[in-house]
Unconditional design. Structure first.
Lengths: 662, 569
């Protein structure tokens, strides 16, 4: 008989509450870091929710399932893992109290438990259904009018137009992200650095998301962690850093330009590849498989060296002076290359080589007998660079036509220890993911048509900086790309308000406990737990913030609606252009704020910004996880000596109904 | 696939800095490191549980790796400091003590974590701005026209490591050698990017320290002494030709691949390869090479052949000497056995001579033209002291190199710390009205933060005193003084003599205060630059600046920790 563990609602709630208590320590503006040791004994610091949750190495299958859900969510959006747990816990709490209220006293214990579980399950299902159907509309009408829109120009305009008021949007969005991830002290510095990086990597004729996608894919090759320096030493450097040292004495002379070739194979042919047989005689031997004259071993190695010399001579005739190799070359290659005044970089990682190929436009050599001009990359420089303890190879690229505005540059991330640089790198990666999901909200596929129109408009329009690269609003006006909202609980307050209004507008007709209005009220209540935690150090601040916002909505809702309507009108009018001018909207919003009383400073406060689409995805993910969690009723602990294949399958278990554990 | 092992859950601690056990451990670490600081430090013996070497040291780079703790807090601080030391070689203990003091002060002041962090960062900004200013009162411009300051800098590093057990003249001798070697590695006439040369250190045990020496050129171990008499004949010829191999010449074939070799009976592969090696030897003899060097092993027959033609053979050179040797002689390493050696692959040596150091016989290769390679012979009485001396010399070399980037130094002997603390007190009081709203804290919190930061700086200066003396600071220049308790005189100024760095002499109209006591804040006056008076102790500017930043940053990180998760797998 298997050991069976029933999972009543109380247990589920308890488990999630424990997770919440851990996460809360690093949540919000007063939160701190979590120090943890890896199984290798290395000390690491983090404020990232995913890092913390995985470091716990939880045993309880339910908790593991929750963590799995968090991980999946945050690999997509790069953000929101701590809020995930807080929301989940508060939803469970609310459902728990609701089900307790519901119960009739007549039930005996067992059936009471069953009834509880089924009510809870129903709640979860209803909520999920509600969210899937109506949440996007609610956000569109209740939250987005109060937010701002980012434009791609924001990323870049900073350097050109320092006075432009909207330029700080991206910077602010990043600053609040890094604040929640790295703490207050360094968030401004790091967000400035990220903005600079984005500015450098702006592809001209392509949508912003492609640029972000590129950074996301290549961040590993584009950054260099350096430990032992304060973080303020982090910087951008031109060109690419190849994380290997020269295997031969580095180039002395400053030839301009430098020509380089990438190899993926051995330059010196191996005498024998696997499976071949070499037969040796006294000078009359040979390859058995192609029956040549028989030779001695010395002649074979002489042949191998001769062929290598030919390759080197060919390279020399092409004017090549740098060889980048994916594999370790033989000593003879190094010596001959050094004699030919070429320098060799060995064991370059695949990522870096592919980035190099992309940036230089040269194709790697696969067969060293065929080296043509197309394989030769032209560099502006190739020199050693000392970063921390290591010497690397630093290369610079010529400007090519298709990337006039792209300035290839790499990021040097400094920290006092390896753990810190790791933390910063993760934060960078997640920030780029967050921006990416802000730009391309879930369910919205890139629409090439609109991009084309945008480019054509770019050339003619007078308001260059007011443009936004955007999908047509007609298809999904809810999640326009790049919508942001002031941070510090604004999203939750607004959505809470919208949900309550939504509930009251329908509650007249049918009010049962499972009705849609009731569900939306539950959701609204749960949402408030997030700002409550943000203001956990001053409960008064929470109330003040809420009242401030509510009075603001009351005073300005009319005007906002007008603004919003006007906006839609403009869209309809310029419908053919397939774009809108959200920045104008933002300006109008600000205009309103300017007129309003001091309470409206809420919108102007420098509390930072956060992405609406990330929040929306987060809500959906939480509700999915919730219904998933509530559907489990029993855990079976199996004790089987699993064959290897099944073990592997077991490792990647998902949130299924019954969990097995070995 | 590795065996699947069930992971045990991690051990969690909430609010670790409120945990008294952790606080005690941090305090203990501070006491330990404090006692190792400065020239009069107490030494530590490190020995492991399986009877290995006993290491006597007070150097942070040796001491810190030896401290192993299960407490991740200690490890966090340790790795930060070690990373700093590996980049800058100096001021490791300074950073560690400052960091631990800052944590302790922040706990004592009872400030909220975020306020303390904000304060520390703000005050660090004040310090770094001041240190980078031209008129900074504790900075000295280094003058490369005279070696005086460089030697002072080197001696400060060397004498701050008492585990070397050097007498005063010995320390001076080693300092001079270090500066001499450093100057030899700076190339004289090179355009464009200057790349520094290399110091190859050879350590000899059992000799007097004063026998240590520096030679331009390279010293190579001679494994046998058969050819010694040959060397004398070579002095006359103008430039000697040499060849350098980077592959093994022992007769093995390394680049064969994975295939199978079938050998017919009666075939002697070894002799075939040896014939090829001798072909190589013949070419070398034809080209009148006098010195034959191989990174790896040379076949004995080939060796014998070469020797019989009057060539000096050196095998098993090792990878570390390859680069200096190519730089010194201009030779290009050869790795092919079947092609003729191109003429440009040969290197040149001006002269060869034999040098004897104790049991070691070394071949001295003189550079053909001026080169940036030099060798340093370090002698000491026993192995422990020698290994410490070697570490110290490497550090000194690094510190001297750092001066090339930023030609300044800070006053040593605790004066910089005391001066900086006085400056921060003064500056932060002047700025209190602007700074308080910007930092978002109350005035009381601000004052507490300043007090904690300055006390931490002062406690680093006070850590230099180990003999029960009193740490003092004068109220004009804010330099650091020690007052020995056993000296009882009427006037304080007579017993004080000079300040820590040796720039200020005590005079009757000076006033002093004990460190870590309340005193009225004042603006520390810069010294009038008197050329005749040179500071006796100097610290590396670059290293100390970075150490300051790393210490504050690490302390801030530690203060930010709210939760501890220890993976027990």
């Amino acid at each position: 008989m298997l050991p069976v563990e029933h999972l009543p609602l109380d247990h589920v709630l308890q488990t999630v509450s424990v997770l919440e208590s851990v996460v809360l320590r690093s949540f919000g503006p007063e939160g701190g870091q979590v120090l943890f040791t890896r199984d290798t004994g290395q000390a690491m610091l983090s404020r990232s929710g995913t890092r913390i949750l995985t470091a716990l190495r939880l045993e309880h299958p339910l908790a593991r399932m929750v963590v799995e859900c968090v991980l999946k969510h945050s690999t997509v959006t790069g953000d929101g893992s701590k809020t995930f747990i807080i929301l989940l816990s508060s939803l469970l709490q609310i459902i728990h109290t609701m089900t307790c209220k519901e119960l009739n006293v007549s039930h005996n214990y067992n059936s009471r438990e069953a009834a509880k579980a089924s009510t809870a399950r129903h709640f979860a299902e209803k909520m999920l259904a509600f969210a899937l159907e109506e949440l996007d509309d609610l956000i569109a009408s209740g939250v987005i009018p109060y937010g701002y829109h980012l434009s791609w120009e924001d990323f870049t305009a900073k350097t050109h137009l320092p006075a432009h008021p909207n330029n700080h949007f991206v910077q602010k969005l990043l600053a609040s992200f890094f604040h929640s991830r790295l703490g207050r002290t360094h968030c401004d510095f790091i967000s400035d650095l990220t903005c600079e990086l984005l500015t450098c990597w702006k592809f001209k004729a392509q949508p912003p998301s492609s640029s972000l996608q590129f950074l996301n894919d290549n961040l590993a090759a584009l950054h260099t962690p350096v430990s032992g320096f304060p973080i303020s030493c982090s910087r951008l450097i031109d060109g690419q850093v190849i994380h290997r040292d020269f295997a031969t004495p580095c180039p002395r002379t400053e030839h301009q330009p430098v020509k380089a070739v990438v190899f993926t194979e051995y330059l010196q042919p191996k005498l024998l590849s696997a499976g071949q047989v070499l037969e040796l005689g006294c000078g009359e031997q040979g390859w058995r498989d192609n029956s040549r004259k028989k030779r001695s071993i010395v002649q074979f190695s002489a042949w191998s060296e001769k062929s290598l010399e030919c390759v080197i001579a060919n390279l020399q005739s092409l004017g090549v002076s740098v060889l980048l190799s994916a594999v370790k070359q033989s000593a003879a290659v190094l010596a001959l290359a050094a004699q030919a005044e070429m320098c060799v970089v060995e064991c370059v990682s695949e990522d870096e080589l592919s980035l190099f190929a992309q940036l230089s436009g040269a194709t790697p050599v696969s067969d060293c007998w065929v080296i043509e001009l197309e394989h030769v990359a032209t560099l502006t420089f190739c020199r050693p660079i000392l970063l921390g303890a290591h010497r690397y190879v630093h290369v610079g690229f010529h400007d090519s036509e298709d990337r006039v505005t792209v300035k290839p540059c790499s990021l040097v991330i400094c920290g006092s220890g390896e753990g810190q640089t790791d933390q910063y790198t993760c934060a960078f990666r997640d920030a780029i993911r967050m921006l990416l999901s802000t730009w391309e909200p879930m369910g919205m596929t890139a629409t090439p048509a609109s991009k084309r129109t945008l480019q054509s408009n770019n050339s003619t329009s007078l308001h260059m900086d007011n443009q936004i690269t955007n999908a047509p609003p007609s298809q999904q006006c809810v999640l326009e790309s790049g919508c942001v909202i002031p941070a510090g609980g604004t999203f939750e307050f607004l959505l809470n308000h919208a949900l309550l209004q939504h509930g009251s507008s329908r509650s007249v007709s049918d009010y049962t406990i499972m009705s849609a209005p009731a569900v939306s009220q539950l959701l609204a209540k749960a949402l408030l737990s997030v700002p409550r935690q943000i203001y956990s150090h001053s409960p008064l601040g929470f109330l003040q913030a809420q009242t401030r916002l509510l009075t603001f909505i009351k005073n300005h809702s009319h005007r906002f609606n007008q603004v919003y309507k006007q906006e839609h009108n403009t869209i309809i009018i310029q419908g053919r252009g397939g774009r809108e001018c959200p920045l104008e909207e933002a300006k109008l919003t600000k205009h309103c704020c300017g007129e309003a009383d001091a309470s409206s400073n809420f919108f102007m406060s420098d509390s930072g910004l956060e992405s609406v689409s990330c929040k929306y995805q987060l809500l959906l993910a939480v509700l999915q996880c919730l219904s998933c969690v509530l559907h489990v009723d029993t855990v079976l602990h199996t004790h089987t000596a699993l064959p290897q294949s099944r073990r592997l399958a077991n490792l990647s278990w998902e949130g299924t109904e019954d969990e097995t554990e070995d | 696939m590795s065996r699947l092992v069930k992971k045990t859950p991690s051990l969690c601690t909430d609010l670790p800095l409120d945990n008294s056990d952790i606080c005690n451990k941090l305090h203990l670490l501070r006491q330990l490191l404090r006692s190792c600081f400065g020239p009069t430090a107490r030494l530590k013996q490190v020995h492991n549980n399986i009877g290995g070497h006993v290491v006597t040291t007070s150097t942070s780079s040796v001491l810190l790796p030896a401290i192993s703790s299960s407490q991740p807090f200690i490890n966090l601080i340790k790795t930060s400091i070690l990373n700093h030391v590996s980049r800058f070689s100096d001021c490791g203990l300074f950073a560690a003590i400052l960091c631990l003091s800052l944590i302790e002060q922040a706990k004592q002041s009872g400030l909220r974590g975020n306020v303390a962090i904000g304060m520390n960062k703000h005050l660090l900004g004040l310090c770094t701005n001041y240190l980078q200013r031209e008129d900074c009162g504790c900075k000295v411009k280094l003058d490369f026209c005279s070696s005086q300051n460089l030697i002072t800098l080197a001696r400060s590093v060397i004498s701050s490591k008492p585990a070397c057990v050097l007498t005063e003249p010995e320390a001076l001798h080693i300092s001079k050698l270090a500066v001499q070697a450093f100057l030899l590695t700076v190339p004289c006439n090179s355009q464009g990017i200057v790349s520094l040369g290399k110091i190859v250190t050879v350590s000899v045990e059992g000799h007097a320290v004063l026998n240590s020496a520096v030679f331009p050129g390279l010293l190579v171990d001679m494994h046998d002494v058969f050819c010694l008499n040959k060397v004398d004949h070579l002095h006359s010829s103008p430039l000697l030709s040499m060849v350098l191999f980077s592959v093994s010449l022992a007769g093995d074939l390394s680049e064969l691949g994975d295939g199978v070799i079938e050998v017919h009976p009666g075939v002697d592969i070894d002799s075939q390869i040896l014939d090829q090696l001798l072909e190589l030897g013949k070419q070398v003899v034809r080209d009148e090479v006098k010195l034959f060097v191989c990174q790896q092993v040379i076949h004995p027959v080939l060796q014998q052949y070469l020797r019989s033609h009057g060539i000096i053979v050196i095998e098993r050179l090792g990878i570390t000497l390859m680069e200096p040797l190519t730089q010194l002689t201009g030779a290009q390493p050869v790795a092919t056995m079947h092609t003729t050696i191109p003429a440009k692959a040969y290197g040149k040596v001006r002269d060869l001579s034999i040098r004897q150091f104790g049991s070691k016989t070394m071949l001295h290769l003189h550079p053909p033209v001026e080169s940036a390679i030099c060798s340093m012979i370090l002698c000491h009485r026993n192995e422990t002291m020698l290994s410490e001396l070697k570490v110290v010399c490497q550090k000194t070399e690094h510190v001297l190199r750092l001066t090339l980037r930023e030609p300044s130094a800070l006053l040593g002997g605790g004066c910089s710390e005391a001066h900086l603390a006085a400056y921060v007190r003064h500056k932060s009081m002047n700025e209190i009205t602007e700074a308080v709203p910007a930092l978002g804290c109350s005035q009381t919190e601000y004052l507490l933060g300043v007090e904690g930061f300055c006390r931490s700086l002062e406690s680093v200066a006070a850590a230099l005193e180990h003999d029960g003396g009193n740490a003092l600071m004068d109220l004009t220049h804010a330099h650091y003084w020690t007052h020995r308790p056993d000296v009882m005189t009427e006037n304080m100024e007579e017993s004080l003599g000079f300040c820590g760095c040796g720039l200020v002499e005590s005079s009757p109209n000076q006033k002093w205060t004990y460190l870590n006591t309340k005193y009225p804040e004042f603006s520390p006056a810069a010294l009038s630059r008197d050329v005749a008076v040179q500071p006796h102790v100097l610290d590396s500017f670059t290293a100390k600046l970075n150490a300051l930043q790393v210490a504050v940053e690490t302390a801030n990180l530690a203060l930010e920790v709210r939760y501890l998760i220890q993976d027990l797998n």
